[in-house]
Write a protein that binds this ligand. Structure first.
Ligand code: C5P
Length: 230
């Protein structure tokens, strides 16, 4: 009964403008991907990590992450796909092929490198407790508007019912497999599962699970995690 984390890390990171794949960008000397994988293992709940790496950096990523696995676990590295969903699909297929006792699958963006291990453990616990799909979420601080194609506001959803979604997203292995086999398209894995008719449950996320996307995000992370923190 293994918990396997899939880490899509094959994005080019163009919005970050760092001239290298985002997952390899260092924050205070440690690459985002290394931090993300370390956090997964530090949760104490994850035995295997499958990384979808930038195609040109598979060997580099393998060298940088192999030693992070605990006894009895492993880091697997493969070449990612053109879109995030392709990277997740390839990692999922690999996990189901080579880790035969995979029972719970997490999908965790390398870009959410500072997710506290406690959040990861909470997601796993909720899936172990019986939910098919679990996502960490935060309340929405800003008012959100829906606009039409020319930017005119058409509605104002009640923000009390809105949540910002983070990762890792956790699933029973067969639930995620069924969603990926369905041919449905969605922008995140929980969206895919939801469209496939499965109830998606939530646990509290954390501000530190922010996605590093822009130079501003990187500067925030550098400031927050300086002085030897993580
Ligand atoms: O670009 P964005 O920040 O939305 O990407 C989210 C995550 O998906 C990142 O960790 C990125 O490396 C990964 N990704 C991937 N394969 C792609 C595109 C993005 O693994 N083709």
């Amino acid at each position: 009964m293994s918990v396997v984390a899939l880490v899509p890390a094959a994005g080019r990171g163009e919005r970050l403008g760092y001239g290298m794949p985002k997952a390899l960008v260092p924050v205070n000397g440690v690459p985002l991907l290394t931090r993300a994988v370390r956090g997964l293992f530090e949760s104490g709940q994850v035995q295997h990590v499958v990384i979808a790496a930038p195609p040109s950096d598979v060997d580099l990523v393998h060298t940088a992450t192999a030693s992070l696995a605990p006894a009895g676990g492993a880091v697997h590295v493969l070449s990612g796909g053109a879109e995030r969903t392709d990277s997740v699909r390839l990692a999922l297929e690999h996990a189901l092929r080579v880790i035969p006792d995979t029972s719970i699958v997490l999908v965790h963006d390398a870009a959410r490198a500072f997710t506290p291990p406690e959040v990861i453990a909470d997601v796993v616990a909720a899936v172990r407790g019986g939910y098919e799909a679990v996502i960490p979420v935060l309340p929405v601080a800003d008012t959100i508007k829906q606009v039409n194609e020319v930017g005119v506001v058409v509605s104002t959803p009640d923000r009390a019912g809105l949540r910002v979604v983070q990762t890792p997203q956790g699933f029973r292995a067969e639930t995620l497999k069924a969603a990926y086999c369905s041919g449905i398209a969605a922008t995140d894995d929980a969206g895919l599962v939801e469209k496939n008719g499965v109830a998606v449950h939530t646990v509290p996320g954390h501000a530190h699970a922010m996605k590093i996307t822009t130079p501003f995000d990187l500067a925030v992370a550098e400031a927050l995690f300086s002085g030897g923190q993580k």
